[in-house]
Design a protein around this ligand. Structure first.
Ligand code: GDP
Ligand code: ZN
Length: 456
């Protein structure tokens, strides 16, 4: 039995108390279900006031019902929505009642992301768009929201599809040449294969750059602030965050301890961890915190080493520098380090200091530091209309590029290597196809959707 097509139901709104709570159903044929559930026939796409009663005819809840007959619905199937009162118990009673009424049609509770998965399977959206729904929900800055919407609307997918079309076009020409070798067409000349290949290369490179920006925006960055006590780390965090503190999502795992701040720079979400802030402690519990902070270094995308410009005897800061380097050596990672001299306002002479000079107190030099942070993360602020993207997308484009370059090598070997040229083009196209989900293994699909919210 293929359980994947059974009708599904889920509470779509966040758990906890709210004015309104929504329960959503998707399935092949839901008009009969809605008739039994609400005891009235629902007109398509029209808000109707309804009550839901239990099997003893006691009212469970009253609210608005909406019926979207497939295929013109989010999932492509019939979709039924009940907007009731947003309490945990009442919503669960509604959910149970729908399961009870839907028993005869094998109604079951939806898995996380299953509504989006159905939309994908029914070709309402492609995989990159489906992922953008989750990314929109999880976006922690306004720029990330806008970018997620670009991907959701299909801008990213179109860019991918454009390149795929170009590759397909070239492949058709190559295959035709391979099929009719007796005609002795000089393929390279007549089809302008080299020009086409160059054009594809350019397009893939552009795609790579934009996708890289999109994935920085989605993944954000972990910046570790290192430095001796009193050099001004806390002051710097305050300066960096200013009014630009990123929205802290209630998603599990983002517990805010007091040494972690989430800020945004030009819309890029950045987590800042203050390592040495607790370093001097002798409290056992806090010591564990310090250990964790130090462990954070190995996951860092960037380290900012803050030094006090009025204490230029270097010894302590060099000691810390060595500790950082030792830690990085331990994990065999090279993480960029930005050197920052703070309290420059107290210095009369600072021209011999290398690195960025700031006053965390007055704010001078902080903009320069922000730019430097973004630069080190690979963020390019001149890239416009960024669409949000995932590491998965970036990896696929990198692989597509590798095979495209391979193809180029065969191309320069002339007609004798045409078959190999064609094969590399195919591989390149397949990797691009993974992004929109045209070619992706089922287990990977399952993995992607299972990370979504319930009811989405
Ligand atoms: P942390 O221990 O590294 O987090 O350092 P704090 O941010 O708590 O700062 C330690 C002290 O240095 C405080 O008294 C701050 O007011 C002062 N301070 C920090 N940055 C500056 C600066 O740029 N200029 C001046 N004059 N004082 C600063
Ligand atoms: Zn501090």
């Amino acid at each position: 039995m293929n359980t994947s097509l059974d009708p599904i139901v889920a509470i779509a709104t966040a758990t906890g108390l709210g004015g309104i709570g929504i329960v959503r159903v998707s399935g092949k044929e839901l008009s009969q279900l809605s008739l039994v559930l609400f005891r009235k026939k629902l007109a398509p796409r029209k808000a109707e006031l309804v009550t839901i009663v239990d099997n003893q005819k006691n009212t469970i809840d009253s609210g608005i019902a909406l019926f979207f007959p497939g295929p013109n619905s989010f999932t492509g199937e019939d979709v039924l929505e009940f907007q009731g009162h947003g309490g945990t118990v009442v919503l669960n009673l509604v959910l149970e009642r729908i399961l009870e009424v839907g028993q005869s049609i094998q109604m079951r509770v939806a898995r996380p992301g299953e509504f989006s998965e159905r939309a994908f399977l029914n070709n309402k959206i492609d995989l990159a768009q489906a992922e953008a729904i989750a990314d929109l929900i999880e976006a922690s800055t306004a720029v990330a929201v806008k970018s997620a919407n670009r991907t959701l609307s299909g801008e990213f997918s179109s860019a991918i599809n454009e390149v795929v079309q170009k590759v397909t076009h070239l492949r058709i020409l190559v295959e035709a040449t391979l099929d009719f070798p007796e005609e002795e067409i000089d393929f390279l000349e007549s089809a302008k294969a080299k020009e086409q290949w160059l054009e594809i290369n350019k397009a893939v490179e552009k795609l790579l750059q934009k996708t890289k920006q999109g994935s920085i925006l989605r993944n954000g960055a972990l910046v570790v602030l290192a430095g001796e006590p009193n050099v001004g780390k806390s002051s710097l965090i305050n300066q960096l965050s200013g009014t630009e503190v990123a929205i802290v999502t209630p998603i599990a795992g983002t517990t805010r301890d007091r040494i972690k701040e989430t800020i945004q720079i030009q819309g890029v979400p950045i987590q800042i961890i203050d390592t040495a802030g607790l370093r001097e402690t002798i409290d056992t519990v806090e010591k564990i915190g310090v250990e964790r902070s130090w462990d954070a270094i190995k996951d860092a995308d960037l380290i900012i080493h803050v030094k006090d410009a009025t204490q230029q005897n270097f010894e302590t800061s060099q000691d810390l520098q060595l500790q950082i380097e030792a830690k990085l050596l331990e994990v065999q990672k090279s993480i960029p380090i930005i050197e920052v001299w703070n309290k420059i306002d107290l210095c009369e002479e600072s021209s011999d200091l290398t690195g960025i000079k700031i006053s965390a107190k007055l704010g001078s030099g902080v903009d320069e530091l922000k730019v430097s942070i973004l630069n080190h993360l690979g963020w390019e602020d001149q890239v416009e209309n960024i669409y949000i993207a995932r590491t998965r997308h970036l990896d696929a484009i990198k692989k597509a590029k590798i095979h495209l370059i391979e193809a180029g090598k065969y191309l320069s070997q002339g007609n004798s290597a045409l078959e190999l040229f064609a094969e590399e083009l195919r591989l390149s196209q397949d990797y691009l196809g993974e992004i929109t989900g045209k070619l992706l293994a089922d287990d990977l699909l399952g993995k992607i959707f299972s990370s979504f919210c319930i009811g989405k």
